[in-house]
Design a protein around this ligand. Structure first.
Ligand code: CO
Length: 288
């Protein structure tokens, strides 16, 4: 099967499997481990560590080693995951209201409708600002705000975030979609003001400059990162076999060999829903 297609199918199956794990009492670190193992069992590799962001956390909450957070009934849980097949990246996300609760059903429906409206606009030659306009119109129609400083993005070979930027509001960007381009569209809906701020360190890292370093253990860690993930994001949970892993990661971050992403909470403390699909322009949704 064509690698983009296969990557999308695996992301989709891993997402559907992950949804079944998001039940009251589950540990988020166990959900993340199991979804990543599922991606591997299906013949792919995680394109980035599974993120499980609860309630007012919009994105980039990646369970830490032995993370004590347990899913509670009523949590608004965003499960965001990606697969790559030899670097062919697909990215998908879904929101679950844990335990069959429907308190925020309207906010979940708003994001589903916004993503559908955005996908309906996609076609070669369409300006990306028009996708943002479609997202914004649906979300404001439901009485909520889109998160304006979180965007969809192109996905590429060994790249989770590449051009073009796909806005979640009408930013008038005239950049046109091209046939065969892969884009991830990910609207975020909130009952807050519609902005995220940079939160605490997430434990998600990416290699930025693999230069020689003094510490032997750190050199070994760089070699491991380059072999396993190249420039794709990775997390502390994937490096726990290294003695002193946190010390080495801190050292590599200080040496600017790797950089760390921050968690992304909604600025005003609003609740957040999100959905995401990867689309091949002119072909259709890869992560259906
Ligand atoms: Co994405």
């Amino acid at each position: 099967m064509e690698p983009w297609i296969l990557s999308g199918k695996i992301s989709s199956q891993a997402r559907e499997y992950g949804k079944t794990l998001c039940v009251p009492g589950a540990r988020i670190v166990d959900i993340a481990d199991k979804v990543e193992q599922k991606i591997i069992a299906l013949g792919g590799k995680p394109a980035f560590p599974v993120d499980i962001s609860l309630n007012t956390m919009a994105a980039h909450y990646c369970p830490f080693v032995d993370d004590p957070v347990i899913v509670q009934k009523g949590d608004l849980l965003k499960l965001d995951l990606g697969t790559h097949i030899e670097g062919h990246v697909t990215d998908t996300a879904v929101t679950i209201e844990v335990g069959g609760v429907d308190k925020y059903k309207k906010m979940r429906e708003a994001v589903t409708a916004a993503l559908k409206a955005a996908i309906d606009v996609v076609s070669p030659g369409v300006q990306v600002g028009k996708i943002g306009a479609a997202v914004e119109e649906v979300i404001t129609g439901y009485g909520y705000n889109p998160i304006r400083n979180l965007c969809g993005h192109g996905v590429g070979l060994w790249e989770v975030h590449t051009k073009p930027t796909i806005p979640n509001y009408d930013n008038k960007d005239p950049t046109k979609l091209t046939e065969g381009q892969r884009i991830a569209i990910e609207p975020f809906v909130t009952d807050g003001e519609g902005m995220i701020k940079e939160g605490k360190p997430s434990g998600i890292y990416a290699l930025i400059n693999p230069k020689p370093v003094r510490l032997d253990g750190a050199r070994k860690m760089i070699q491991h990162i380059m072999k396993e993930w190249k420039t794709l994001p990775f997390t502390v949970r994937w490096l726990k076999q290294f003695p002193n892993y946190q010390f080495l990661l801190n050292y590599l971050e200080k040496e600017q060999v790797i950089s760390q992403y921050g968690q992304l909470p909604e600025k005003s403390g609003g609740l957040v829903t999100q959905e995401e699909h990867t689309i091949m322009v002119g072909t259709g949704v890869l992560t259906k």
